[in-house]
Design a protein around this ligand. Structure first.
Ligand SMILES: C[S@@+](CC[C@H](N)C(=O)[O-])C[C@H]1O[C@@H](n2cnc3c(N)ncnc32)[C@H](O)[C@@H]1O
Length: 176
């Protein structure tokens, strides 16, 4: 899934919350790559892997809610398994929109709120314990709705799996 998604990352690319750098091998079409990660230990582990990227790359320690970049700086922003964890997803998406060029790409791989039904109920029941066990991750966060409320337009978004951790993978377009 990461490979398919990141093949669509073109131009100047920003990845928010890069973790340990698991996406690095898949940036085959980027012109430049900027990574952000607020956790110093994760950032340290990613730094060790930067040599596997063949384009100019930089890593900045910053949260998605306060991106230290100029407006309209990037053609593509990538977020994989991050919107579930950020403290303020509305602020993060507003920042992502700000730094994207008009019409730019937002590529996501996220686990989201289940459709109404038994799995949604299970998510809501487990969410408090999950948050404590999984580094602040919100099991039932409606990230797709938040993305659209932030003004992004879905281009292709696939549902992958159901159950407790339904994944969505796809591309959104920033407004013009
Ligand atoms: C489940 S990990 C995913 C890491 C990586 N994106 C991946 O796909 O392997 C969640 C990441 O979000 C980061 N994170 C947490 N709060 C954040 C925030 N406010 N802004 C940006 N990243 C954040 C964590 O430090 C962690 O690296």
């Amino acid at each position: 899934m990461r490979k398919d998604l990141l093949a669509q990352a073109r131009g100047d690319v920003l990845e928010v919350g890069c973790g340990t750098g698991r996406n690095l091998p898949f940036y085959v079409r980027a012109t430049t790559l900027t990574l952000t990660e607020p956790d110093p230990e994760m950032a340290r582990r990613t730094r060790r892997r930067l040599s596997m990227v063949s384009v100019p790359v930089q890593l900045v320690e910053a949260p998605a809610e306060a991106l230290p970049f100029a407006d309209c700086r990037f053609e593509t922003v990538v977020s994989t398994l991050v919107l579930c964890t950020v403290k303020d997803p509305v602020a993060a998406l507003s920042e992502i929109r700000r730094v994207l060029v008009p019409g730019g790409r937002l590529l996501i791989l996220e686990h989201v709120q289940a459709h109404p039904g038994i799995w949604r109920v299970a998510q809501n029941l487990l969410a408090p314990a999950w948050k404590g066990l999984a580094a602040g991750c919100h099991l039932s966060r409606p990230s797709l709705a938040l993305i659209e409320t932030a003004g992004f337009v879905p281009v292709v978004v696939r549902e992958v799996g159901q159950g407790l951790l339904p994944l969505r993978i796809g591309r959104y377009r920033a407004p013009n």
